[in-house]
Design a protein around this ligand. Structure first.
Ligand code: DQA
Length: 139
């Protein structure tokens, strides 16, 4: 089982960025624990602040025939038709995740370009949203 986690813009700042919303842990520290919890699953990780690099990473994960992609596209969730088109073209299932419950926040976060083309969406559970997404993929 091989899962690709892809994080979008500003998620490299987890632990430092708005900790009241996103918590105090860096993604790298969380990833160590996540990998320990699923020793039989290969969990690859990529982060970029650049929209096109996220698209390249999604296409590469699909080409590599991983079993699933967990995508937190950050603010591109709400704006990126290019990411939506990309996800729609993939064979591998993509799970949309967010640390925060975007529906409990500003109105501009209530729209997701990605949700209609994702297998499902998990949000509002902090970093645990990623574990829940792994569970969903393990099915
Ligand atoms: C986020 C929610 C987005 O609205 C925001 O732009 C982010 C993080 C989340 O994980 O809660 O960058 O995707």
């Amino acid at each position: 089982m091989k899962i690709q986690i892809i994080n979008g813009p500003n998620l490299n700042l987890l632990g430092k960025r708005e900790p009241d919303i996103y918590g105090n842990s860096s993604f790298e520290d969380y990833l160590i624990k996540l990998r320990e919890k699923y020793p039989d699953v290969q969990i690859d990780y990529f982060q970029s602040n650049i929209e096109g690099e996220l698209i390249n990473a999604l296409q590469a994960a699909d080409d590599a025939q991983c079993d699933g992609i967990i995508l937190n596209a950050g603010a591109y969730t709400h704006t990126s038709i290019a990411l939506r088109d990309c996800i729609k073209s993939l064979r591998v299932p993509v799970i949309e995740v967010h640390l925060s419950n975007v529906h409990a926040r500003e109105e501009f976060r209530h729209i997701s370009m990605i949700a209609p083309v994702a297998k499902g969406s998990i949000m509002g559970f902090g970093l645990d949203s990623y574990r829940l997404a792994v569970e969903a993929l393990l099915g």
